[in-house]
Structures are given as C-alpha cells and as structure tokens.
Write a protein that binds this ligand. Structure first.
Ligand code: GDG
Length: 494
C-alpha cells in the first residue's frame, strides 16, 4: 500500500493565539475534513496544510495538536498578506462564488492571481520536501488548483509519483467559467495533474465542455468510466467520485444511549411538533435566507402548520472576517426575527436559531430527533449533512428535502424530495408534503437513501479514487519523460 500524502489548504485543526505563548487548538469543521480525516487516521500517511494562523507557526503547540493524530502533519506557513490575497482573495472572492454560479459575488482583483500562484508554489515546495517516489499525492480542492504545475516546474523528487486532484465544490458550466480572467491558465494548470476527480457527472461534463472550448490543443477521448484527455503529449484521466461519509461511525454514534437520551430530550422540548432541521456553515451558497423565506411562506399559505412544526436552524460560523459574510449573517438574523415576531405564540417559537458549532453528540442527537431535514443549497459540490442525516436515522424514518443543485441529489434522488432552492413557493409546499407524508412512504424513501449512503461511503470513495490513481500511475511513469519542459510550463503560466 503506497503512502498517502494528502494536501489541502487547511489542516484538520486551527491554532489560535490567546495571549503570549498561549494557544488554543480547535478542530476544523467542514466537509473536506469530515471526509478525509477518518481515512488518514485509519491508514496513516501525511497531511500537508495551513494551520489557520498568519505568520510563524509555533512548533510546540503544533506538536501537541498532532501527537495522537495517527498521521504525520506538515504545516505550510502563510503571511497575513498571503492569507488575505490567496485565501480570502482569489480562493474565496473569485473561485468560490464563480464555481457556485454566483458570479455577481466575484471580485476579479488582478493581484489575487499572483498571490494564488505564489502560495500554490509554497505548497508545492512542501510536497517536494517530503514526498517519496511511491507516494500517492492527493491534492484537494479549489485553493490548490495550481499545485501540479508548480511541482512540475520545480521538483525532481516527485517525478515518479502520480499527481492527483479532487475538487470538492462544483465545476461551473462554460458560460459561467468563461467570465474568469485566468480561464486558460487555470485549465492549463489543472491539466498538469494526472487524475482529476469531481463530485458528479454534471461537474465532469462542465469541465470537459470548458476544456473543449478553451484548450484547443487538448483532445478529449470519451470513455465509459474515466474520460481521457490528451494534452501536451500527456494523458489525463477525468472521473466523477461522489464523496461519502463514515456511515458506520454516524450510525453507531446515533445508536448510543447518550444520543438516544439527548434526542429524546430534544423532542420533549417541542411536544406535538414535527422538527425540521437545517444545518450549514455560514455561507451564501447554502441558501439559508431562501430556506427561511420558504418556511415563512409555508406558515402563511398553510395555517395548519402553525404550532405544529419547528425549524431548528444551526449556522456554523465560517469566514466571518469577510465583510460579505458578516452582512449575510445580519440578513439571516433579520429573517429569523421577522418569522418569530410574526408567528410565535406564548407556547410556540417557530424558528430555533443557533449561531454556533454544535458538538458532535448534539449534532447526532439533532439528526436523530428531527423528522425532516431541509437542505437547500443554491449549489453544492455534494453536501454531507444530507448523508449524515440519513445515516443517523436508525429508525429508517424521516424525510429529506434536498436542493436539486446539491451534488448529493444525483445519488439520493430516489428517496429525497427534490426542490429548486430559488422557488420559494415550491419549497413551502414541499414542507407541507413532508409534514403530511405517510409513514410507509417515508420509510421506503429513507431505506433507499440509507442503502446508497452506506454502500457508497467515504472508504468506498477513497478506494475508487486510489484505484483509478493506481491504474494511471503506471501510465504516468512511462509518460513522464515526455512531459513539457519547465521553460514551456513557465511560459504558459504567466
Ligand atoms: C465542502 C463542499 C462537499 C455542520 N454543522 C455542524 C457540523 N457540520 C459538519 C457536518 C458536515 C460538514 O460540517 C459540512 O459539510 P458539507 O458537505 O455540508 O459542506 P462544506 O463544508 O461546504 O464542504 C461540499 C464537502 O466539501 C465534501 O466534499 O460535500 O459540497 O462545499 O460534515 O457534519 N459539525 C459540527 N457541528 C455542527 O453544528 N461538529
């Protein structure tokens, strides 16, 4: 088994200074960490990433934080300016909104691209400094799309390793992608990987369409499983690998006595009500205001729901330093206030709103206790909350209302009630439909979804990706001599 070398923007925890020589270590939340951490913990390997603080990294607290991780951690340091222009800038003001089809939220500041390349080069240096020839190098997500190009320009030690990449967020269609000033340079950089993984068929289709339109020298050869691209005398494989969750750990967690007790306590707090759950990172792509508006419309149009449903909306603080996120939170606060102000009675508060991260036990208790999960991102790579909800419904009951634009819809459409998150009235009526659904139908649907979530879990995801990578490693080894020169790559990147 080759050593796994995972590279992502963030490490699975964040260091924070609380005074001179005082540090706190907070576990990171978010889909990438939830998925990749259990895999590295089980099979060991190396995780390269940024520990979340600008400037010098304190070695003592880092060693302390990683002592029992089960894998080696290699930190990458970023200065404040780099964090601002690479992380907040190009990654989160350009790529994130654009790839979620929200181009009006983009700030195409030209200086961001240089910072993006520079920081990607830093990650490439970190890889080059610790990679061994047979390592499986697996780069993750939209912050690091330039890493393979940077590596090919510099590193001798990775010559024999296959370079692979997985994009956790969606890949947009050509009409949206073509707004990106660096469209050609970015595609060129992505085509320096040997294997490119996307969440869904839709993303693969979009990516190939962009390659076809922008990279006129690339030849796409359609295949049944992994698509093949011939470019600059190399072969690149492209496939969809829908990310999963650690099903057994969620299911057995939800079965425990502690969670059973907590879940019952939660239900007892709202007697006679069906509980609807929304749980998201604070992000405009997650469709939280649209969901609140749909809930408000449901209470307006269907008075029979009043006093009979409660929406528990958990919003996990995220990227709060970015002004747009701060304004976005205020919008959510106002909507919650409006709904509760208009509809609450002396015994019923329609929206229970938590602006914090629940601990794992509370999260599982919420999944187990809630009758309906209401998950309506405007666009989402996958959405693990939807899968975690199914895994925790050990009674095989519960209804999932899911955005048709979440990657998870491709796998869960046979069981979920799919909605268009921009259609407030349709979502409102779907709440009523879920509220009225008979037990037999709920169970049939939930069983279908649980089967998929169990079978296509996170270990299945890793296996299928590694298998695809293992096949191609042999090809790349042969092909490596034919790779373009560093000078040619340099020319294409500027
Ligand atoms: C990106 C893509 C893709 C949520 N609330 C709490 C909490 N969470 C955890 C969930 C879940 C994770 O956060 C969120 O994962 P998502 O997949 O929903 O979303 P992103 O963070 O945007 O992840 C996404 C994912 O990468 C993986 O490829 O699915 O499309 O955007 O695991 O459990 N965790 C805790 N308390 C909470 O209140 N502890």
């Amino acid at each position: 088994m080759n050593r796994l070398l995972v590279v992502s923007n963030r490490l699975p925890f964040a260091l924070d200074s609380t005074g001179e020589d005082l540090w706190t270590v907070t576990p990171a939340t978010g889909g990438l960490v939830s998925a990749v951490e259990p895999v590295l913990r089980e099979r060991g390997g190396v995780w390269i990433g940024w520990p979340g603080i600008a400037g010098k990294i304190p070695q003592g607290p880092l060693a302390e934080a990683t002592r029992n991780a089960g894998y080696q951690v290699v930190p990458v340091a970023l200065s404040e300016a780099e964090r601002d222009e690479f992380y907040y800038g190009y990654s989160n003001e350009v790529i994130w909104p654009l790839f979620h089809d929200l181009q009006n939220f983009c700030n195409f500041e030209p200086a961001y691209w240089q910072a993006y390349k520079q920081v990607n080069e830093r990650y490439a240096d970190a890889i080059a400094s610790c990679a061994q020839p047979d390592d499986f190098i697996w780069v993750h997500d939209y912050h690091l799309m330039y890493v393979a190009q940077a590596l090919r320009e510099r590193s001798a030690s990775t010559k024999r390793s296959a370079l692979t990449f997985f994009l956790h967020i969606p890949f947009p269609p050509y009409d949206i992608f073509s707004k990106l000033p660096q469209q050609q340079r970015l595609l060129h950089a992505l085509l320096q990987f040997d294997l490119l993984g996307f969440q869904t068929r839709r993303d693969v289709r979009n990516f190939l369409q962009c390659v076809r339109r922008v990279m006129l020298d690339a030849k796409i050869i359609p295949r049944r499983d992994l698509q093949l691209i011939r470019f600059e005398k190399r072969e690149i494989r492209v496939g969809h690998f829908p990310i999963g969750i650690d099903f057994d750990s969620f299911e057995s967690g939800a079965r425990s006595d502690t969670i059973a007790k907590k879940s019952q306590q939660l239900r007892d707090t709202f007697p006679g009500c069906q509980l609807i759950l929304g749980s998201d990172r604070l992000d405009y792509s997650k469709g939280i205001p649209e969901r609140l508006r749909a809930f408000r419309t449901a209470l307006e149009r269907h008075p029979e729901l009043r006093g009979r449903v409660v929406l528990i909306q958990v919003v996990v603080p995220s990227r709060v330093e970015i002004p747009r996120y701060h304004e976005f939170k205020q919008r959510i606060d106002r909507l919650v206030g409006d709904i509760n102000g208009r509809f609450s009675t002396s015994t019923w508060l329609p929206v229970q709103y938590h602006f914090r991260c629940l601990d794992r036990e509370d999260l599982l208790a919420h999944y187990r206790a809630c009758d309906i999960a209401f998950i309506t991102p405007l666009k989402d790579g996958m959405n693990l909350v939807a899968k975690e909800y199914c895994a925790c419904r050990i009674d095989q009951d519960g209804t999932l209302i899911l955005s048709q634009f979440a990657g998870a819809a491709e796998q869960l459409k046979a069981g979920a009630l799919l909605v268009n998150p921009y259609d407030i009235e349709q979502m409102a009526d779907t709440i009523l439909k879920a509220f009225c659904m008979r037990e037999a139908e709920r169970r049939t649907r939930m069983k279908r979804m649980r089967r998929i979530v169990r079978d296509e879990n996170v270990f299945w995801w890793v296996d299928s990706f590694l298998k695809a990578g293992a096949k191609l490693a042999r090809h790349s080894l042969g092909a490596s001599k034919k790779r373009p020169s560093a000078a040619a790559l340099q020319k294409a990147s500027t």
